[in-house]
Design a binder for this molecule. Sequence first.
Ligand code: DGY
Length: 324
Amino acid sequence: MSSKPKVLITQKVHENIQAYLNEHFDCTCWEQEGVMPRAQMLESLKEVQGVFLSGSPVNAEFIEHAPKLRAVSSASVGYNHFDIEAMKSKGIIGTHTPYVLDGTVADLVLALMLSAGRRIAELDAFVKAGKWQKGAVKGNDLFGMDVHHATVGIIGMGRIGEAIAKRAVNGFDMELLYYSRSRKPDVEELYGAQYRSLEDLLKESDYVVMITPLTPETENMIGKEQFSLMKPSAFFINASRGATVDEQAMIEALQNGTIRGAGLDVFQQEPTPIDNPLLKLPNVVTLPHIGSATEKTRYDMTMLAAENLVGALTGGKAYIVEEL
Ligand code: DGY
């Protein structure tokens, strides 16, 4: 019988990472594409001390099925899928993967700003639909809004927010406003960032970027009232979590011209249903929550999550989520 701790790996990982996990653990693994179905996951928890997952909820139901559980390692920086209180009450450690994805998510935010502002997806569809004919591109019908020298307001100035700030200021000469739980003197000094109240940030920004973690304080932080403060020419970018925004209010703001457009990597419900009105709006660019999805970054996140699981179960180094 193996003396290694038993762990459950709920998604297929790269062979190098699997080999590393096998060195340290007696692993039960999901070998198919995608994520282990929830019912099977719950059934497989009984004997395990550790679990490797991505966004699956670690809630009271999960914990009830896992009497020997000591650590859950998530291959994500966000950990709103952890019920921190329930985990704490059983002494279960939760870990996440900060640092390794900052630049990748920041790149995607810039891509969303450029795509929404310069109408890339809309005009790609225009060309592919054969609408680009001589004389069809006249006047200002297809014009967009500059990103360079525009004002960006970043809500949530953590590590990813700072990576966005760097790109916006150094690459695009943008004016930078931010709203965050605390002031960030380094970011103010390095990038000329100016702190604003949420209300003032919304009023003054051409691009509002939501990149705050989802917490009870940030849930539905942006709703009808907040959209009404934004400029009618402004774009709203969300690469945080869908639940930070009242999606219905956003749909109305986009339909009514309260704001000009949006670039969204995240939704209230994921995958978002095909009948979501957002998918019908030409002024909205949508992505399937791919903020960190490059080969290298996902490899790094998965490796870090594996190392976190080893650290958490052996008393070594691990990125334990802040609230625990
Ligand atoms: C995270 O790691 O929390 C990201 O949302 C994944 O793309």
